[in-house]
Design a protein around this ligand. Structure first.
Ligand code: ZN
Length: 167
């Protein structure tokens, strides 16, 4: 008897970038401005109604993930200071630097720019915006702050709330 192949397919793509940050209120050295070589893994599956693979046998073309999410990261986070929007001390200090066309103002985040909050921001705010209408949902983001430390943010890709974000 033939086996029914009714699993759910997903795929993932990694992106690399460099950023600076500090963790306000941290009792140790993370309170200082410092940088990381970040690695982000984006996990994608097809939307409920379009379960299975596309006509090419893919969840989504890896290059499209790189094009959409990688481009967003390059434009907003790569070689940028990512700061807590309440971190007035650092924001004011950075404002003293003369900005020319090559330089970027800091990216301001609600809360501390920890791996957890950055994973959350990518999953809930960035991915739905840049992948809208493609029939896929990002259900998990791994944010590797270093090769030994990472944070995970996940969601239920079939919840109506999430599907509405991607429509
Ligand atoms: Zn850090």
């Amino acid at each position: 008897m033939a086996i029914m192949m009714t699993g759910r397919e997903s795929c993932a793509r990694a992106m690399h970038f460099c950023y600076g940050h500090r963790v306000m209120g941290h009792k140790g050295k993370c309170v200082n401005l410092h940088g990381h070589n970040g690695e982000v893994w984006i996990y994608v599956t097809r939307m409920h109604q379009q379960q299975g693979l596309d006509e090419l046998g893919m969840v989504i073309d890896f290059s499209l993930l790189k094009e959409r999410i990688g481009a967003w990261i390059d434009a907003h986070w790569d070689h940028t200071m990512i700061l807590n929007k309440n971190d007035q001390e650092t924001i004011l200090a950075l404002e003293k630097l003369p900005l020319d066309a090559r330089q970027r103002p800091p990216f301001l985040l609600e809360g501390n720019p920890t791996a957890e909050n950055l994973a959350k921001y990518l999953l809930w705010s960035v991915c739905p915006r840049v992948l809208q209408g493609l029939g896929v949902v990002v259900f998990k983001v791994e944010f590797w702050e270093s090769f030994q430390s990472m944070a995970i943010e996940e969601l239920d890709p079939f919840s109506p709330e999430v599907l509405a974000l991607y429509k």
